[in-house]
Design a binder for this molecule. Structure first.
Ligand code: SF4
Length: 451
Protein backbone atom coordinates (compact mmCIF):
# COMPACT_ATOMS: atom_id res chain seq x y z
CA UNK A 1 0.00 0.00 0.00
CA UNK A 2 1.51 3.34 -1.03
CA UNK A 3 2.28 5.81 1.75
CA UNK A 4 0.78 9.29 1.79
CA UNK A 5 2.92 12.41 1.98
CA UNK A 6 1.95 12.92 5.63
CA UNK A 7 2.91 9.33 6.52
CA UNK A 8 6.28 9.83 4.85
CA UNK A 9 6.75 13.20 6.58
CA UNK A 10 6.41 11.51 9.99
CA UNK A 11 9.47 9.39 9.17
CA UNK A 12 11.64 12.33 7.99
CA UNK A 13 14.05 14.19 10.31
CA UNK A 14 12.12 17.48 9.75
CA UNK A 15 15.23 19.66 9.63
CA UNK A 16 13.86 21.70 6.69
CA UNK A 17 17.47 22.15 5.61
CA UNK A 18 16.85 21.96 1.86
CA UNK A 19 19.78 19.62 1.18
CA UNK A 20 17.46 17.42 -0.87
CA UNK A 21 17.08 20.42 -3.24
CA UNK A 22 13.52 20.94 -1.98
CA UNK A 23 12.99 23.71 0.60
CA UNK A 24 10.94 21.82 3.21
CA UNK A 25 10.52 18.28 4.47
CA UNK A 26 6.77 18.49 3.79
CA UNK A 27 7.31 19.39 0.14
CA UNK A 28 9.90 16.63 -0.15
CA UNK A 29 7.52 14.07 1.43
CA UNK A 30 4.80 15.05 -1.06
CA UNK A 31 7.21 14.55 -3.97
CA UNK A 32 8.32 11.15 -2.68
CA UNK A 33 4.66 10.13 -2.30
CA UNK A 34 4.01 11.25 -5.89
CA UNK A 35 7.00 9.24 -7.11
CA UNK A 36 8.79 12.42 -8.24
CA UNK A 37 11.69 12.20 -5.76
CA UNK A 38 13.66 9.32 -4.28
CA UNK A 39 13.78 8.97 -0.50
CA UNK A 40 17.60 8.57 -0.77
CA UNK A 41 17.88 12.24 -1.77
CA UNK A 42 17.52 13.17 1.92
CA UNK A 43 20.92 12.41 3.45
CA UNK A 44 19.53 12.16 6.99
CA UNK A 45 17.13 9.22 6.79
CA UNK A 46 18.31 5.88 8.20
CA UNK A 47 18.74 2.79 6.04
CA UNK A 48 15.80 1.22 7.83
CA UNK A 49 13.47 4.11 6.96
CA UNK A 50 14.88 4.21 3.44
CA UNK A 51 13.95 0.57 2.94
CA UNK A 52 10.52 1.03 4.51
CA UNK A 53 9.61 4.09 2.45
CA UNK A 54 11.43 2.87 -0.66
CA UNK A 55 9.39 -0.33 -0.76
CA UNK A 56 6.10 1.45 -0.05
CA UNK A 57 6.66 4.24 -2.56
CA UNK A 58 8.22 2.04 -5.27
CA UNK A 59 6.44 2.22 -8.62
CA UNK A 60 4.06 -0.70 -9.30
CA UNK A 61 6.20 -1.76 -12.25
CA UNK A 62 9.70 -2.29 -10.89
CA UNK A 63 12.53 -0.24 -12.40
CA UNK A 64 15.17 -2.51 -13.96
CA UNK A 65 18.56 -1.44 -15.26
CA UNK A 66 20.66 -3.33 -17.81
CA UNK A 67 24.24 -2.50 -18.79
CA UNK A 68 26.98 -0.56 -17.05
CA UNK A 69 26.20 1.60 -14.03
CA UNK A 70 27.25 4.82 -15.80
CA UNK A 71 25.15 4.30 -18.95
CA UNK A 72 22.39 1.78 -18.24
CA UNK A 73 19.28 1.01 -20.24
CA UNK A 74 16.38 1.56 -17.83
CA UNK A 75 12.99 -0.07 -18.21
CA UNK A 76 9.85 -0.24 -16.07
CA UNK A 77 9.26 2.29 -13.30
CA UNK A 78 5.78 2.86 -14.72
CA UNK A 79 3.02 4.17 -12.49
CA UNK A 80 -0.01 4.64 -14.72
CA UNK A 81 -2.10 3.04 -17.44
CA UNK A 82 -2.51 6.05 -19.69
CA UNK A 83 0.06 8.66 -20.58
CA UNK A 84 -2.32 11.57 -19.95
CA UNK A 85 -2.71 10.48 -16.30
CA UNK A 86 0.92 11.41 -15.65
CA UNK A 87 3.55 10.23 -18.14
CA UNK A 88 5.30 7.04 -19.22
CA UNK A 89 8.69 6.88 -17.56
CA UNK A 90 11.06 4.69 -19.56
CA UNK A 91 10.74 4.10 -23.24
CA UNK A 92 10.45 0.64 -24.77
CA UNK A 93 13.85 -0.83 -25.57
CA UNK A 94 14.27 -1.95 -29.18
CA UNK A 95 16.68 -4.77 -29.87
CA UNK A 96 17.78 -7.25 -32.51
CA UNK A 97 18.30 -11.00 -32.25
CA UNK A 98 21.53 -12.80 -33.13
CA UNK A 99 22.00 -16.55 -32.61
CA UNK A 100 24.89 -18.97 -32.41
CA UNK A 101 23.55 -20.71 -35.52
CA UNK A 102 23.65 -17.57 -37.66
CA UNK A 103 26.38 -17.15 -40.27
CA UNK A 104 29.09 -14.65 -39.31
CA UNK A 105 28.01 -12.31 -42.10
CA UNK A 106 24.43 -12.22 -40.76
CA UNK A 107 25.63 -11.39 -37.25
CA UNK A 108 28.05 -8.76 -38.58
CA UNK A 109 25.27 -7.18 -40.65
CA UNK A 110 22.96 -6.89 -37.64
CA UNK A 111 25.72 -5.41 -35.48
CA UNK A 112 26.64 -2.98 -38.24
CA UNK A 113 23.02 -1.84 -38.62
CA UNK A 114 22.70 -1.54 -34.83
CA UNK A 115 25.63 0.91 -34.94
CA UNK A 116 24.67 2.83 -38.06
CA UNK A 117 20.87 3.21 -37.92
CA UNK A 118 20.82 6.31 -35.71
CA UNK A 119 18.81 9.44 -36.31
CA UNK A 120 18.76 12.88 -34.79
CA UNK A 121 15.26 14.20 -34.20
CA UNK A 122 14.46 17.40 -32.30
CA UNK A 123 17.79 17.12 -30.52
CA UNK A 124 17.22 13.50 -29.49
CA UNK A 125 19.32 10.62 -30.81
CA UNK A 126 17.00 7.79 -31.83
CA UNK A 127 18.69 4.39 -31.90
CA UNK A 128 18.25 0.72 -31.01
CA UNK A 129 19.19 -0.19 -27.45
CA UNK A 130 19.74 -3.91 -27.18
CA UNK A 131 21.13 -6.99 -28.86
CA UNK A 132 19.71 -10.35 -27.80
CA UNK A 133 22.27 -13.17 -28.05
CA UNK A 134 20.64 -16.61 -28.24
CA UNK A 135 22.33 -19.91 -27.45
CA UNK A 136 20.49 -21.86 -30.17
CA UNK A 137 23.29 -24.45 -30.48
CA UNK A 138 23.17 -25.02 -26.73
CA UNK A 139 26.95 -24.82 -26.72
CA UNK A 140 28.72 -22.78 -24.06
CA UNK A 141 31.87 -22.00 -26.08
CA UNK A 142 30.04 -20.65 -29.13
CA UNK A 143 27.57 -18.75 -26.90
CA UNK A 144 30.40 -17.00 -25.03
CA UNK A 145 32.26 -16.34 -28.30
CA UNK A 146 29.18 -14.72 -29.86
CA UNK A 147 28.59 -12.66 -26.72
CA UNK A 148 32.17 -11.36 -26.88
CA UNK A 149 31.83 -10.58 -30.58
CA UNK A 150 28.69 -8.51 -29.92
CA UNK A 151 30.28 -6.73 -26.95
CA UNK A 152 33.25 -5.81 -29.12
CA UNK A 153 31.25 -4.83 -32.22
CA UNK A 154 28.52 -2.78 -30.54
CA UNK A 155 30.14 -0.80 -27.74
CA UNK A 156 26.96 0.82 -26.43
CA UNK A 157 24.60 -2.14 -26.89
CA UNK A 158 22.92 -3.58 -23.82
CA UNK A 159 22.72 -7.35 -23.98
CA UNK A 160 20.05 -9.94 -23.35
CA UNK A 161 21.54 -13.40 -23.02
CA UNK A 162 19.12 -16.18 -23.96
CA UNK A 163 19.78 -19.78 -23.02
CA UNK A 164 18.10 -22.73 -21.33
CA UNK A 165 21.30 -23.39 -19.42
CA UNK A 166 22.07 -21.46 -16.24
CA UNK A 167 25.74 -22.47 -16.59
CA UNK A 168 25.96 -21.07 -20.13
CA UNK A 169 24.29 -17.85 -19.02
CA UNK A 170 26.71 -17.49 -16.11
CA UNK A 171 29.74 -17.98 -18.39
CA UNK A 172 28.47 -15.48 -20.98
CA UNK A 173 27.43 -12.95 -18.31
CA UNK A 174 30.92 -13.12 -16.80
CA UNK A 175 32.34 -12.23 -20.22
CA UNK A 176 30.20 -9.06 -20.11
CA UNK A 177 32.04 -7.69 -17.06
CA UNK A 178 30.51 -4.38 -15.97
CA UNK A 179 28.06 -4.37 -18.91
CA UNK A 180 25.52 -6.39 -16.93
CA UNK A 181 23.15 -8.22 -19.32
CA UNK A 182 19.57 -9.33 -18.76
CA UNK A 183 19.51 -13.12 -18.36
CA UNK A 184 16.67 -15.04 -20.08
CA UNK A 185 14.83 -17.15 -19.16
CA UNK A 186 13.64 -18.79 -15.98
CA UNK A 187 10.97 -21.48 -16.22
CA UNK A 188 9.20 -23.32 -13.41
CA UNK A 189 11.63 -26.22 -13.83
CA UNK A 190 14.90 -24.29 -13.85
CA UNK A 191 13.90 -21.33 -11.63
CA UNK A 192 16.30 -22.21 -8.80
CA UNK A 193 19.36 -22.62 -11.09
CA UNK A 194 18.46 -19.43 -12.97
CA UNK A 195 18.02 -17.56 -9.70
CA UNK A 196 21.47 -18.83 -8.70
CA UNK A 197 22.98 -17.55 -11.97
CA UNK A 198 21.33 -14.14 -11.51
CA UNK A 199 22.61 -13.86 -7.93
CA UNK A 200 26.10 -15.01 -8.85
CA UNK A 201 26.46 -12.55 -11.73
CA UNK A 202 24.44 -9.67 -10.22
CA UNK A 203 22.21 -9.53 -13.32
CA UNK A 204 18.47 -9.05 -13.72
CA UNK A 205 16.56 -12.17 -14.77
CA UNK A 206 13.74 -12.55 -17.28
CA UNK A 207 10.97 -15.09 -16.76
CA UNK A 208 10.08 -17.34 -19.70
CA UNK A 209 6.47 -18.21 -18.98
CA UNK A 210 4.25 -20.61 -20.90
CA UNK A 211 1.21 -18.38 -20.27
CA UNK A 212 0.14 -15.66 -17.84
CA UNK A 213 -0.67 -18.02 -14.94
CA UNK A 214 2.57 -19.91 -15.39
CA UNK A 215 4.46 -16.59 -15.46
CA UNK A 216 2.90 -15.64 -12.12
CA UNK A 217 3.95 -18.98 -10.64
CA UNK A 218 7.55 -18.47 -11.79
CA UNK A 219 7.83 -14.87 -10.54
CA UNK A 220 6.37 -15.91 -7.17
CA UNK A 221 8.99 -18.63 -6.94
CA UNK A 222 11.80 -16.22 -7.86
CA UNK A 223 10.52 -13.58 -5.42
CA UNK A 224 10.57 -16.35 -2.81
CA UNK A 225 14.23 -16.99 -3.73
CA UNK A 226 14.93 -13.34 -2.87
CA UNK A 227 15.22 -11.99 -6.44
CA UNK A 228 13.76 -8.54 -7.08
CA UNK A 229 15.06 -7.46 -10.49
CA UNK A 230 12.89 -9.42 -12.91
CA UNK A 231 11.36 -8.99 -16.35
CA UNK A 232 8.53 -11.13 -17.72
CA UNK A 233 7.76 -12.86 -21.00
CA UNK A 234 4.34 -14.50 -20.73
CA UNK A 235 5.12 -16.79 -23.66
CA UNK A 236 2.56 -15.10 -25.94
CA UNK A 237 3.59 -15.43 -29.57
CA UNK A 238 0.65 -13.85 -31.39
CA UNK A 239 -0.13 -10.16 -31.60
CA UNK A 240 -3.47 -10.60 -29.84
CA UNK A 241 -2.14 -12.70 -26.97
CA UNK A 242 0.88 -10.40 -26.46
CA UNK A 243 -1.30 -7.32 -26.41
CA UNK A 244 -3.78 -8.91 -23.98
CA UNK A 245 -1.04 -10.16 -21.65
CA UNK A 246 0.77 -6.80 -21.62
CA UNK A 247 -2.48 -5.02 -20.74
CA UNK A 248 -3.51 -7.55 -18.08
CA UNK A 249 -0.05 -7.42 -16.48
CA UNK A 250 0.04 -3.60 -16.41
CA UNK A 251 -3.51 -3.32 -15.08
CA UNK A 252 -2.96 -5.94 -12.39
CA UNK A 253 0.24 -4.25 -11.23
CA UNK A 254 -0.99 -0.64 -11.37
CA UNK A 255 -4.59 -0.93 -10.20
CA UNK A 256 -4.41 -4.05 -7.96
CA UNK A 257 -0.77 -3.71 -6.82
CA UNK A 258 -0.30 -7.35 -7.87
CA UNK A 259 3.44 -7.85 -7.33
CA UNK A 260 4.06 -11.03 -9.39
CA UNK A 261 3.18 -9.06 -12.56
CA UNK A 262 4.80 -5.79 -11.47
CA UNK A 263 7.75 -6.13 -13.85
CA UNK A 264 8.59 -4.81 -17.31
CA UNK A 265 7.71 -7.15 -20.16
CA UNK A 266 9.90 -8.64 -22.88
CA UNK A 267 8.17 -9.24 -26.22
CA UNK A 268 9.47 -11.17 -29.22
CA UNK A 269 7.83 -10.04 -32.49
CA UNK A 270 10.76 -11.85 -34.16
CA UNK A 271 9.09 -15.12 -33.17
CA UNK A 272 5.57 -14.12 -34.22
CA UNK A 273 5.91 -13.80 -38.00
CA UNK A 274 8.34 -14.19 -40.93
CA UNK A 275 7.04 -11.05 -42.65
CA UNK A 276 9.24 -8.03 -41.79
CA UNK A 277 6.39 -5.55 -42.31
CA UNK A 278 4.02 -7.54 -40.10
CA UNK A 279 6.79 -7.82 -37.50
CA UNK A 280 7.17 -4.06 -37.50
CA UNK A 281 3.40 -3.61 -37.21
CA UNK A 282 3.29 -5.98 -34.21
CA UNK A 283 6.17 -4.05 -32.63
CA UNK A 284 4.30 -0.77 -33.11
CA UNK A 285 1.23 -2.17 -31.32
CA UNK A 286 3.35 -3.42 -28.43
CA UNK A 287 5.24 -0.12 -28.08
CA UNK A 288 1.86 1.54 -27.63
CA UNK A 289 0.77 -1.02 -25.05
CA UNK A 290 3.35 -1.55 -22.44
CA UNK A 291 6.28 -3.50 -23.89
CA UNK A 292 9.43 -2.98 -21.82
CA UNK A 293 11.63 -4.56 -24.48
CA UNK A 294 10.91 -5.60 -28.07
CA UNK A 295 13.22 -7.97 -29.92
CA UNK A 296 13.20 -7.81 -33.72
CA UNK A 297 14.67 -10.31 -36.17
CA UNK A 298 16.63 -7.58 -37.97
CA UNK A 299 17.03 -3.81 -38.11
CA UNK A 300 16.13 -1.97 -41.32
CA UNK A 301 15.86 1.80 -41.57
CA UNK A 302 12.51 1.88 -43.37
CA UNK A 303 10.73 -0.06 -40.61
CA UNK A 304 12.86 1.03 -37.67
CA UNK A 305 12.52 4.79 -38.15
CA UNK A 306 8.69 4.80 -37.78
CA UNK A 307 9.06 2.70 -34.61
CA UNK A 308 11.56 5.21 -33.22
CA UNK A 309 9.18 8.06 -33.99
CA UNK A 310 6.21 6.32 -32.40
CA UNK A 311 8.30 5.58 -29.32
CA UNK A 312 9.49 9.18 -29.11
CA UNK A 313 5.92 10.46 -29.29
CA UNK A 314 4.51 8.07 -26.71
CA UNK A 315 7.28 8.47 -24.18
CA UNK A 316 7.48 12.27 -24.35
CA UNK A 317 6.29 13.81 -21.09
CA UNK A 318 3.00 15.56 -22.00
CA UNK A 319 3.47 17.96 -19.08
CA UNK A 320 6.77 19.29 -20.39
CA UNK A 321 7.15 21.01 -23.74
CA UNK A 322 9.89 19.62 -25.93
CA UNK A 323 12.58 22.19 -26.41
CA UNK A 324 15.85 22.61 -28.23
CA UNK A 325 18.73 24.58 -26.79
CA UNK A 326 19.07 28.29 -27.41
CA UNK A 327 21.89 28.56 -29.93
CA UNK A 328 22.98 29.35 -33.46
CA UNK A 329 22.35 26.33 -35.69
CA UNK A 330 24.23 26.23 -39.02
CA UNK A 331 22.11 24.60 -41.75
CA UNK A 332 23.62 23.57 -45.12
CA UNK A 333 27.09 24.90 -44.24
CA UNK A 334 26.53 28.70 -44.03
CA UNK A 335 29.28 31.34 -44.33
CA UNK A 336 29.57 35.10 -43.81
CA UNK A 337 27.22 35.83 -46.72
CA UNK A 338 24.42 33.49 -45.63
CA UNK A 339 20.98 34.63 -44.43
CA UNK A 340 20.14 34.77 -40.71
CA UNK A 341 16.69 33.71 -39.53
CA UNK A 342 15.35 33.53 -36.00
CA UNK A 343 12.59 31.50 -34.37
CA UNK A 344 11.51 30.04 -31.02
CA UNK A 345 12.84 26.91 -29.27
CA UNK A 346 9.63 24.83 -29.38
CA UNK A 347 11.00 21.55 -30.81
CA UNK A 348 8.29 21.14 -33.38
CA UNK A 349 8.89 24.65 -34.72
CA UNK A 350 12.63 24.05 -34.80
CA UNK A 351 12.16 20.74 -36.57
CA UNK A 352 9.79 22.12 -39.19
CA UNK A 353 11.80 25.28 -39.84
CA UNK A 354 15.18 23.53 -39.97
CA UNK A 355 13.68 20.85 -42.23
CA UNK A 356 12.41 23.47 -44.70
CA UNK A 357 15.71 25.34 -44.64
CA UNK A 358 17.59 22.11 -45.19
CA UNK A 359 15.42 21.16 -48.14
CA UNK A 360 15.95 24.64 -49.66
CA UNK A 361 19.69 23.82 -49.87
CA UNK A 362 20.38 27.49 -49.04
CA UNK A 363 23.21 27.76 -46.47
CA UNK A 364 21.54 29.53 -43.54
CA UNK A 365 22.20 30.56 -39.96
CA UNK A 366 19.22 29.49 -37.85
CA UNK A 367 18.98 31.34 -34.52
CA UNK A 368 16.95 29.60 -31.85
CA UNK A 369 15.83 31.82 -28.99
CA UNK A 370 14.80 30.23 -25.68
CA UNK A 371 11.04 30.78 -25.36
CA UNK A 372 10.55 28.02 -22.76
CA UNK A 373 9.17 25.70 -25.39
CA UNK A 374 6.37 28.03 -26.49
CA UNK A 375 5.56 28.49 -30.16
CA UNK A 376 6.18 31.86 -31.87
CA UNK A 377 2.84 33.60 -31.28
CA UNK A 378 2.26 32.08 -27.84
CA UNK A 379 5.75 33.11 -26.76
CA UNK A 380 5.22 36.64 -28.07
CA UNK A 381 1.86 36.90 -26.26
CA UNK A 382 3.47 35.57 -23.06
CA UNK A 383 6.24 38.19 -23.23
CA UNK A 384 8.97 35.63 -23.93
CA UNK A 385 9.72 36.59 -27.53
CA UNK A 386 9.68 40.39 -27.36
CA UNK A 387 11.94 42.76 -29.29
CA UNK A 388 14.11 43.53 -26.25
CA UNK A 389 14.68 39.82 -25.57
CA UNK A 390 15.47 39.04 -29.20
CA UNK A 391 17.92 41.98 -29.28
CA UNK A 392 19.61 40.78 -26.11
CA UNK A 393 19.96 37.28 -27.53
CA UNK A 394 21.29 38.60 -30.86
CA UNK A 395 24.00 40.54 -29.04
CA UNK A 396 25.16 37.69 -26.85
CA UNK A 397 24.86 34.99 -29.54
CA UNK A 398 27.85 36.29 -31.51
CA UNK A 399 26.00 36.11 -34.84
CA UNK A 400 27.38 39.53 -35.79
CA UNK A 401 30.86 37.98 -35.94
CA UNK A 402 29.68 35.22 -38.26
CA UNK A 403 28.17 37.34 -41.06
CA UNK A 404 29.25 40.42 -43.01
CA UNK A 405 25.72 41.66 -43.70
CA UNK A 406 23.19 42.86 -41.11
CA UNK A 407 19.88 41.33 -42.25
CA UNK A 408 17.72 39.53 -39.73
CA UNK A 409 14.71 37.54 -40.98
CA UNK A 410 11.96 37.23 -38.37
CA UNK A 411 8.85 35.00 -38.48
CA UNK A 412 5.99 36.47 -40.52
CA UNK A 413 3.72 36.25 -37.48
CA UNK A 414 5.92 38.82 -35.71
CA UNK A 415 5.60 41.46 -38.45
CA UNK A 416 4.18 43.98 -35.94
CA UNK A 417 7.44 43.83 -34.01
CA UNK A 418 9.56 45.16 -36.89
CA UNK A 419 9.65 48.78 -35.70
CA UNK A 420 10.50 47.88 -32.12
CA UNK A 421 13.26 45.52 -33.25
CA UNK A 422 14.77 48.18 -35.49
CA UNK A 423 14.99 50.44 -32.44
CA UNK A 424 16.59 47.71 -30.33
CA UNK A 425 18.98 46.62 -33.12
CA UNK A 426 19.83 49.85 -35.00
CA UNK A 427 22.64 48.19 -36.99
CA UNK A 428 20.37 45.51 -38.39
CA UNK A 429 17.77 45.53 -41.14
CA UNK A 430 14.71 43.59 -40.06
CA UNK A 431 13.11 41.53 -42.81
CA UNK A 432 9.73 39.89 -42.38
CA UNK A 433 9.87 36.24 -43.34
CA UNK A 434 6.95 34.08 -44.44
CA UNK A 435 4.21 33.12 -42.00
CA UNK A 436 4.38 29.46 -42.96
CA UNK A 437 7.62 27.48 -42.82
CA UNK A 438 6.68 25.84 -46.13
CA UNK A 439 7.29 29.17 -47.90
CA UNK A 440 10.81 29.55 -46.46
CA UNK A 441 12.72 27.78 -49.29
CA UNK A 442 11.41 30.21 -51.94
CA UNK A 443 12.02 33.17 -49.61
CA UNK A 444 15.60 32.14 -48.85
CA UNK A 445 16.42 31.47 -52.50
CA UNK A 446 15.39 35.02 -53.40
CA UNK A 447 17.09 36.68 -50.43
CA UNK A 448 19.94 39.10 -51.19
CA UNK A 449 21.59 41.12 -48.41
CA UNK A 450 20.08 44.60 -48.15
CA UNK A 451 23.25 46.08 -46.61
S1 SF4 B 1 17.27 17.01 3.19
FE1 SF4 B 1 15.92 15.80 4.52
S2 SF4 B 1 15.79 16.99 6.36
FE2 SF4 B 1 16.57 18.38 4.81
S3 SF4 B 1 14.71 19.36 3.95
FE3 SF4 B 1 15.15 17.59 2.71
S4 SF4 B 1 13.91 16.00 3.62
FE4 SF4 B 1 14.03 17.59 5.16
Amino acid sequence: MALTGIQILKMLPKKNCGECAIPTCLAFAMKVAAGQSEIGECPYVSDEVKEQIGEASAPPIRTIKIGSADAPFTMGGETCLYRHEKRFENQTGLGVLVTTEMADADVDGRVERFNSLRYDRVGVEMKADLIAVKDTKSDEASFVALTKKVLEGAKDAKLILISDSAAHLTAAAEACGDRKPLLYGATLDNASEMAGAAKETGCALAVKGANLDNTVEITEKLLGEGLKDLAIDTGARTIRASLEDNIVARKAAVTKKFKPLGFPTVNFPCEMTDDPLMESMIASVLIAKYAGIIILSDLQGDTLFPLFLERLNIFTDPQRPMVVEEDIYPVNGPDENSPVIITCNFSLTYFIVSGEVESSKVPTWLLIKDTEGLSVLTAWAAGKFGADMIAQFMKKSGIADKVKHRDLIIPGYLASMKGELEEELPDWTILIGPREAGHLPAFLKEWKPAN
